[in-house]
Ligand binder design. Structure first.
Ligand code: F6P
Length: 553
C-alpha cells in the first residue's frame, strides 16, 4: 500500500522506543502500576455508547499509549482507515475492495466502486430480505403443502455459517415466534443426518449460503438436503424450499436454484465479514428485519466511533494496540475471549475465523517473509464454564494469557440471583487475575485451620497465585441487536488495525487453499483406489489404512 510511510513496523522509531519502554515496564506488576497511578481509570477507561471499557488492568502506562499513537502515525493509520471506508482495493492479492462497512451504511453516504454507486445495490438486497422474511413470517410464503415454514436450515461453512449462527444464538430473546433456525456446516454427515431426521420437509426452508457456491462441504450438504427433500416432494417444489445466498449466480443456477430465489452479495464482502450482507438472511428470518437493522445500526455506530474518535478513546484501536503490545513485546501468543453470557457461546469461535483467517499471515505487503509475530491465537469459552475448565492455567500456568472479559449488565431473563452470581464471577476473575494471592494471606488462612506449621510450609508454594495477569473489561448495558452489532464491529476494526500495523494483507486467505486442493486429490484416490506415488510415506500409509477399513464394509 503506497500510503504506508514505513511499512515494516519493527523498523519504525516508535517500535524501537516501544522496545526500550518494554524493558522499563516488564518488571513492574499491575499492582505496582495501580499504586503509582491512582488516576489510571482517567485514561484507561471510558464509556462509549452503551459500553464501558476498562483497560486499566493491563501492563500499560501513558507512555505506552503515546508510543503506540506515534507508531500509528508513523505507519499512517488514519490514511489507512480512509482507504478501507472509501473502498480502495486494499485486498491487493485478490484485487478487491473491502467494504463490509458499506453494508451497514444506513446513513447512505455515497460509496462508488469502479464507477458504480454501491448503496442502491446494498439497499435493494436489504429490501429483498425484508420482503422475503415478512412473507415467511406472515405466512404468505408457504411450503409445498401450503403449510407455514417453521424451520430454517442455513447450510454454509466458515463465514457463511459462523456469523449468522453466532448472532442468532446471541439474540435468542428476539426470535420471531414460530420460526427456528438451524445451522449445518460440517461435511461430516453426523451433522446433517440427525437434523433431517427430525425435520418435516413441508415446513422446512433451506438457505444455501456460500460466497463462491463451490465449497465442498456446503455443496455436499446442500445436495444431501435436496435429495432428502425430493424424496418427499417433487422437484418443482424446490423453489419454495431452497434459496441461495451467493456472489456466483452461474453456480447457483447450475445447482438448480431459480435466480429469483437468490440473494446477492459481492466480491468486496469478505466471507468472514459477511454477516451484514444477505449472508445474514437466516438472521433476518430469525429475529425479523427491524432487529437486523438495529444490528447494522450498532455496527454503523462503531464504524463512526472508529473513524472519528481520538486514539485515546478509540476502543478498537486501543484493543489493537494492547494485542500488539502483548503479542510482539510480551510474546504472549494467545488471546482469550471470555464472554460472561451464555448467549455469546459462539462468539469466540466466530472471532477465531475473523481474526486468525485475517491476520494469520507470514508474508508482508511487499511479499517479504515476516520476521516478527503477527496474528494471535484466539480462543475462549463463556464464563463461568471456563472457570471450571481452563482458568487454572490462566491463573497459575507459566504462560501469560491476556483476556477480554465481556458481559451485559442487564440480563434478558428475570432470574436476578443467577445474573448477580454471573456478574460477581465476571468481576472477581479480573480482580483475582490481577491481584493474585500472596504468601501472607495464604499463611493466615491456613493458620486458621487445624494443620501443622510443617504442612502449611509444604502447601504454601502450591497455593500462591502470583497474579499480575492482564485483562480488559467490556461491560455493555444489555445484549441487544444494536449492542451486538457494535461488539462485532469493534473486533472487526481491532483486526483491521492489527493487520495494518503488522503490514499484512488481512483480507485474503490463501493459506486455506492447499488443504482444499490436496483433499480433492485424495478424494479422487479414495474413490478410484488409484493411489498417487507423489505422497510422502506417512500419508500413503494413512490412505491405505483408511481404504483397508473402508473395504471391510
Ligand atoms: O476456506 C475458507 C473459506 O474460504 C472462508 O474464508 C469462507 O468463509 C469459507 O471458506 C466459506 O466459503 P464460501 O462462502 O465461499 O462457501
Amino acid at each position: 500500500m503506497s500510503l504506508i510511510k514505513n511499512n515494516n513496523p519493527t523498523q519504525t522509531k516508535s517500535w524501537k522506543e516501544l522496545d526500550q519502554h518494554f524493558n522499563e515496564i516488564k518488571e513492574q506488576s499491575l499492582i505496582d502500576l495501580f499504586k503509582k497511578e491512582s488516576n489510571r481509570l482517567a485514561y484507561l477507561s471510558f464509556d462509549e455508547g452503551n459500553f464501558y471499557f476498562d483497560f486499566s488492568k493491563n501492563h500499560l502506562t501513558k507512555k505506552t499509549l503515546s508510543l503506540f499513537a506515534s507508531l500509528a502515525n508513523e505507519m499512517g493509520l488514519i490514511e489507512a482507515k480512509k482507504t478501507l471506508f472509501e473502498g480502495q482495493k486494499i485486498n491487493k492479492t485478490e484485487d478487491r475492495a473491502v467494504l463490509h462497512t458499506a453494508l451497514r451504511n444506513l446513513k447512505n453516504k455515497p460509496i462508488i466502486l469502479d464507477g458504480e454507486s454501491l448503496m442502491p445495490l446494498v439497499f435493494a438486497e436489504l429490501y429483498k430480505m425484508k420482503d422475503f422474511s415478512t412473507k415467511l413470517r406472515e405466512g404468505q410464503h408457504l411450503g409445498y403443502t401450503s403449510k407455514r415454514i417453521e424451520n430454517i436450515v442455513n447450510i454454509g461453512i466458515g463465514g457463511s455459517d459462523l456469523g449468522p449462527k453466532m448472532v442468532c444464538e446471541a439474540l435468542k430473546p428476539y426470535w420471531v415466534k414460530g420460526i427456528t433456525p438451524h445451522f449445518i456446516s460440517n461435511v461430516d454427515a453426523s451433522h446433517i443426518d440427525p437434523l433431517l431426521q427430525k425435520l418435516n420437509p413441508e415446513t422446512t426452508l433451506f438457505i444455501i449460503a456460500s460466497k463462491t457456491f463451490t465449497t465442498q462441504e456446503t455443496m455436499t450438504n446442500a445436495m444431501t438436503a435436496r435429495n432428502w427433500f425430493i424424496k418427499h416432494a417433487s422437484e418443482k417444489e424446490i423453489a419454495k424450499h431452497f434459496v441461495a445466498v451467493s456472489t456466483n449466480s452461474q453456480k447457483v443456477s447450475e445447482f438448480g436454484i431459480d435466480l429469483q430465489n437468490m440473494f446477492k452479495f459481492w466480491d468486496w464482502v469478505g466471507g468472514r465479514y459477511s454477516l451484514w450482507s444477505s449472508i445474514g438472511l437466516s438472521i433476518v428470518c430469525t429475529i425479523g428485519y427491524d432487529h437486523f437493522i438495529d444490528l447494522l445500526k450498532g455496527a454503523e455506530k462503531m464504524d463512526e466511533h472508529f473513524l472519528n474518535s481520538p486514539l485515546e478513546s478509540n476502543a478498537p484501536t486501543l484493543m489493537a494496540f494492547i494485542g500488539i503490545w502483548y503479542n510482539n513485546f510480551f510474546k504472549t501468543q494467545t488471546q482469550a475471549i471470555l464472554p460472561y453470557d451464555q448467549r455469546l457461546a459462539y462468539f469466540s469461535k466466530y472471532l477465531q475465523q475473523a481474526d486468525m483467517e485475517s491476520n494469520g499471515k507470514s508474508t508482508d505487503r511487499n511479499g517479504d517473509k515476516i520476521k516478527y509475530e503477527t496474528g494471535q491465537i484466539i480462543w475462549g469459552e463463556p464464563g463461568t464454564n471456563g472457570q471450571h475448565a481452563f482458568y487454572q492455567l490462566i491463573h497459575q500456568g507459566t504462560k501469560i494469557i491476556p483476556c477480554d472479559f465481556i458481559a451485559a449488565a442487564l440480563p434478558a431473563h428475570n432470574k436476578t440471583d443467577h445474573h448477580d452470581k454471573l456478574v460477581a464471577n465476571f468481576i472477581a476473575q479480573t480482580e483475582a487475575l490481577m491481584k493474585g494471592k500472596d504468601i501472607l494471606t495464604i499463611k493466615s488462612e491456613l493458620g486458621q485451620k487445624n494443620i501443622s506449621n510443617e504442612e502449611i510450609k509444604a502447601l504454601l508454594p502450591f497455593k500462591v497465585f502470583e497474579g499480575n495477569r492482564p485483562t480488559s473489561t467490556l461491560l455493555m448495558d444489555k445484549l441487544t441487536p444494536e449492542n451486538l452489532g457494535s461488539l462485532i464491529a469493534l473486533y472487526e476494526h481491532k483486526i483491521f488495525v492489527q493487520g495494518f500495523i503488522w503490514n499484512v494483507f488481512s483480507f485474503d486467505q490463501w493459506g486455506v487453499e492447499l488443504g482444499k486442493q490436496l483433499a480433492d486429490n485424495i478424494l479422487t484416490e479414495i474413490k478410484t483406489g488409484d493411489l498417487q506415488e507423489s505422497h510422502d510415506f506417512s500419508t500413503q500409509k494413512i490412505i491405505k489404512k483408511y481404504l483397508s477399513h473402508k473395504n471391510k464394509f
